[in-house]
Design a protein around this ligand. Structure first.
Ligand code: PEP
Length: 252
């Protein structure tokens, strides 16, 4: 049985006071959801603060990105060992906003995944197609390319320590959500791709859905057999909404 994971991607949001009140709100309700993993992904500048606020809670901490390499002349960048040092356990890799706005290509995403594994962080590899790609019937080819480019570099066994997030680009921050059936079809395809490489990893790897998940659509999405939780953007900035999504993930 795969443990559900609900991850809140705060993106570039939050002040010190907002972060404090968001964490207070989440942690007050989170104790009721001990059967799932709850993860927050603040900005780099808030990681240390959130780490301190999360002491003596079960809520996990992750970063939204890293740069390959441990240290060096990479102005503005943050490495995997630095994230471990500050208390992170997880890191997002290849979020569609990184792939599009920051022009991260397949090779860079794969190198970042490798750096996360080397630093002993759990990478959450984000994959997903654009609206045009879906309309052209290219969804599976795009997902396969995004996954295979990482598998080629790191090998399938690295996925024992990884999570995959299926995030259709057309659903991120748009209010459009994949139907549970559309999402399930892609999740099943991803699991099959992993199974083609290694059956046991396919059975245990958690595959999250992301893309305008809200309290009112979460239950139906999480009822799908291959959806193991959610990567939540907008709705993770409101403690009540985020907790309602956690609640929805506690029941099949
Ligand atoms: C995301 O940024 O990963 C995301 C899924 O955002 P939203 O929930 O706002 O669509």
């Amino acid at each position: 049985m795969r443990k559900r994971l609900i991850a809140g991607n705060w993106k570039m949001h939050g002040s010190v006071s907002q972060v404090k009140s968001l964490i207070t709100g989440i942690q007050q309700g989170a104790q009721s959801y001990s059967t799932i993993d709850i993860l927050v992904l603040p900005t780099f500048v808030h990681l240390s603060l959130v780490h301190d606020l999360l002491q003596s809670t079960a809520i996990k901490l992750g970063a939204q990105d890293l740069y390959p390499g441990a240290q060096g002349a990479f102005t503005g960048a943050v490495s995997g060992p630095m994230l471990i040092d500050i208390g992170c356990q997880y890191v997002l890799i290849g979020h569609s906003e990184r792939r599009t706005i920051f022009h991260e290509n397949l090779d860079l995403v794969a190198a970042k995944f490798k750096a996360a594994i080397s630093a002993q962080l759990f990478p959450i590899l984000c994959v997903g197609e654009t609206n045009d790609e879906r309309k052209q019937g290219e969804t599976e080819a795009i997902i396969e390319e995004q996954l295979e480019s990482v598998i080629r570099l790191v090998g399938i066994h690295a996925f024992q320590h990884a999570i995959i997030a299926y995030e259709p680009v057309w659903a991120i921050g748009t209010g459009l959500t994949a139907t549970p059936e559309q999402a399930q079809a892609v999740h099943a395809f991803i699991r099959k791709l992993i199974a083609n490489n290694q059956v046991d990893i396919a059975k245990t790897i958690r595959i999250l859905y992301g893309g305008s998940v809200k309290a009112d659509n979460a239950r139906a999405l999480f009822a799908m057999p291959d959806i193991d939780g959610g990567l939540i953007g907008g709705a993770s900035l409101d403690a009540n909404q985020f907790l309602n999504i956690c609640e929805a993930s506690c029941t099949k």
